[in-house]
Design a protein around this ligand. Structure first.
Ligand SMILES: *Cc1c(COP(=O)(O)O)cnc(C)c1O
Length: 359
């Protein structure tokens, strides 16, 4: 079989190194490895296998947890948004998933549960994110109802989510931590607060379980610190190949909309990658790529299947030569910044037609 042209190559050693890094930063916490959205585009099963020493896995959807179980994973799995409806609750019971409970509707589902399974429950408290979770005023009633459910394993556990840790907002984050500590003071049960930014930026947020996503994949959650400075190794290389070379004369334009005009006689390498692969169309001319490992820039608009790269000032590449779109040596954060988005989005929108492989 011919080698696929565009590939996302996952470095499982990097995943393990990032897990080890998180453990060294938060030595007293257990690690719930967050592998929702196909493990941020890295392949949920590849990642679960590479990170089998994680203390548990966090997923957003029931189906993601089921995929783990089907592949033989017996580790704790937490449904980070809980369940929607009785059918999903029954599915969670079959597979022994732990539940985040954040609405009165989810409490009612548990009140009506007649199965034999005892659920382990994480009560989510809204301490300032204002997305999911019980507001402080709603919490006592929810706790009373949950404690009355016979099929919930005591004690209840507690979690919250930080809204501004990635912006290193001390005041906001400290306020969230204070609210959480106040509401859970004296209660038994485990606690979980920190995402990647919370882990790396706020020691006070570590508590019993940390919930890293992005950091496991080797990207920095902060604008002011790159992955190497945080001890993280990018786990995904998005690579493709040169499929054509093209000379353009000074003054000629390149691509849709003719947005790029050659300042001088120019050699372009046309690479087989575009927004159909998940590469952002909003990455403008000059966005860096590595051609044969050397830095070059995109010329003109990214198309669906292709992009043009100015290779005039580098050793002439040949058709078939490798092009790295991001990976070690070209952080995805840099591409995200050029494209007006965040690394999270670029990683998880790598499309189906990209060949995903783990080594
Ligand atoms: C996605 C998610 C995480 C991981 O966040 P990162 O910023 O990727 O580390 C942690 N907790 C919850 C509840 C999440 O939904």
């Amino acid at each position: 079989m011919q080698r696929p042209v565009i590939r996302a190559i996952i470095d499982t050693a990097a995943l393990r190194a990032n897990l080890a890094r998180i453990r060294s930063v938060a030595p007293r916490a257990r690690v719930l490895a967050v592998i929702k959205a196909n493990a941020y585009g890295h392949g949920i099963l590849h990642v679960a296998r590479a990170l089998e020493t994680a203390d548990g896995f966090g997923v957003a959807r029931l189906e993601e947890g089921i995929a783990l179980r089907a592949a033989g994973c017996r580790r704790p799995v937490v449904l980070l948004e809980g369940v929607l409806g009785a059918e999903q609750l029954a599915g969670a019971a079959v597979h022994g998933f732990e539940l985040v409970v954040h609405t009165p509707e989810q409490v009612a589902l548990l009140e009506h549960w007649r199965g034999a399974h005892e659920f382990r429950v994480w009560v989510k408290i809204d301490t300032g994110m204002h997305r999911l979770g019980f507001r402080p005023g709603e919490l006592p009633a929810a706790l009373d109802r949950l404690r009355a459910c016979p099929r919930i394993r005591a004690p209840l556990n507690f979690m919250t989510h930080l809204a501004n840790a990635d912006a290193r907002d001390e005041a906001f984050t400290t306020q969230q931590l204070t609210v959480f500590a106040g509401l859970t003071a004296g209660l038994p049960g485990e606690r979980s607060i920190a995402n990647s930014a919370g882990i790396l930026g706020f020691q006070a947020a570590h508590s019993d379980w940390v919930r890293p996503g992005l950091a496991l994949y080797g990207a920095s959650p902060f604008d002011d610190a790159d992955a190497p400075s945080l001890g993280l190794v990018p786990a995904m290389s998005l690579v493709t190949r040169v499929i054509a070379l093209k000379h353009v004369a000074a003054g000629e334009t390149v691509g849709y909309g003719a947005t790029w005009r050659a300042p001088a006689d120019t050699l372009l390498a046309i690479a087989a990658a575009g927004y159909g692969d998940g590469y952002p169309r909003s990455a403008d001319s000059g966005t860096p790529v590595l051609v044969n490992g050397a830095l070059a820039g995109i010329a003109g608009r990214v198309s669906m299947d292709m992009m043009a790269i100015d290779v005039t000032r580098m050793p002439r590449p040949a058709v078939g030569d490798p092009v790295q779109l991001w990976g070690p040596g070209l952080p995805v954060e840099q591409i995200a910044a050029r494209a007006g988005t965040i690394s999270y989005e670029l990683l998880c929108r790598v499309s189906q037609r990209v060949h995903l492989e783990a080594h």
